[in-house]
Design a protein around this ligand. Structure first.
Ligand code: AKG
Ligand code: FE2
Length: 347
């Protein structure tokens, strides 16, 4: 059975009407919906410095930046990732072309009830749920034999090839980052790579946010942390919307067109024994411009047992989390019950 994609968003006049009540946020646990809080202290990390030709001093400096940002905010911008501006534009372009298709065409890739993959709106898990002002296309890209190609758009014609190439490049980016993150904690290079495993999952989620007449009343995405190990985000040029919560306040993520935005997910918080944070974040909308983002979520193989790396547990810092398998399932169950998944896997 296919979920009918709510047409209200697509067909809503942007400036005159009130959003439908299903989308209106009645209470905000984490502060009001503010469109323009201050820009956050998110450093720009140059990944190319982690390659062998850099001097020891340069590498140390970059690792230090990485470490302090992951302790304080759990996220950073990254350049030097090896993808050209024109390729990143290509990814944005094919995604925008897909969302611009008539609803009947997009429906061909509609997500089935109780499934995460495909095109559609929010997955509804409770009656009280306030809907997000967004449409999504969510696709498993790795392991490759788990791709469900019937859900991969055939229009625009290059969509599949571009996504395939982008996913391969993101995989390399994350492998470099896992090693750098390990180094930043004075661990063996493979400490995290091994936990993710050869068949780590990668999910690509294209988020499309139409303009909204009342950005003060709706969320593009509600406050949440990512269940992933790590998330890499490509944003459309020029339109901001993502906000990160730090020490009880919200901060804006600026768009740097050639940079990728990286945040730690819950599973990396577990593996680092809570030293690195999986930041709470949300997306706000605006009255003028649509926004698009492409999030890639990398998760350990669900069958793998993951847990805090031994060297990160000592008397000063006792083990915070137990070892877990299939955190994705734990997270989904908690989401339905309104529980914070990370809290339920504490020792
Ligand atoms: O659109 C964004 O900037 C972030 C989206 C997000 O948080 C998510 O897809 O989990
Ligand atoms: Fe997220």
């Amino acid at each position: 059975m296919k979920v009918s994609v709510s047409q209200t968003i697509m067909e809503m006049p942007t400036n005159t009407e009130q959003p439908p009540s299903d989308y209106i946020v009645k209470e905000t646990k984490f502060g009001s919906i503010e469109s323009s809080p201050p820009v956050g202290p998110f450093p720009v990390i140059d990944m190319s410095l982690f390659s062998q030709s850099s001097s020891q001093e340069q590498v140390e400096l970059e690792l230090h930046k990485l470490r302090s940002s992951l302790i304080s905010t759990g996220c950073f911008q990254t350049i030097g990732h090896g993808m050209s501006d024109s390729f990143l534009d290509k990814v944005r372009e094919v995604a925008l072309q897909f969302f611009a298709l008539p609803i009947e065409e997009k429906q061909k890739y509609a997500r089935a009830v109780n499934e995460a993959e495909g095109y559609g709106s929010d997955r509804v898990v409770s009656e009280k749920q306030v809907l997000d002002w967004s449409h999504r296309l969510s696709l498993r890209v790795f392991p490759e034999d788990k791709r469900r190609l019937n859900l991969w758009p055939q229009i625009p014609a290059e969509f599949r090839d571009v996504l395939d190439e982008y996913a391969r490049k993101i995989k390399i980016v994350t492998q470099v980052l896992f090693k750098a993150i390990a180094k930043s904690l004075k661990l063996e290079d493979n400490s995290f790579l091994n936990q993710f495993g050869d068949r780590a999952l990668m999910q690509a989620r294209f988020n499309f946010y139409p303009p909204c007449s009342r950005p003060d009343l709706v969320f593009g995405v509600k406050p949440h942390t990512d269940r992933s190990g790590i998330t890499v985000l490509l944003q459309v040029r020029e339109v901001e919307g993502l906000q990160i919560r730090m020490d009880g306040k919200w901060y804006r993520v600026p768009v740097i067109p050639h940079a990728l935005f990286v945040n730690i997910g819950d599973q990396m918080q577990i593996m680092t024994n809570g030293i690195y944070k999986s930041p709470m974040h949300r997306v706000v909308t605006n009255t003028e411009k649509l926004r698009l983002s492409v999030a890639t979520f990398i998760e350990p193989e669900p069958e793998n047992e993951i847990g805090p790396v031994d060297q990160l547990i000592d008397e000063q810092r006792p083990r915070i989390y137990r070892n877990v398998r299939n955190y994705g399932a734990i997270n989904y169950e908690c989401y339905q019950k309104g529980l914070v998944a990370l809290d339920t896997v504490k020792v």
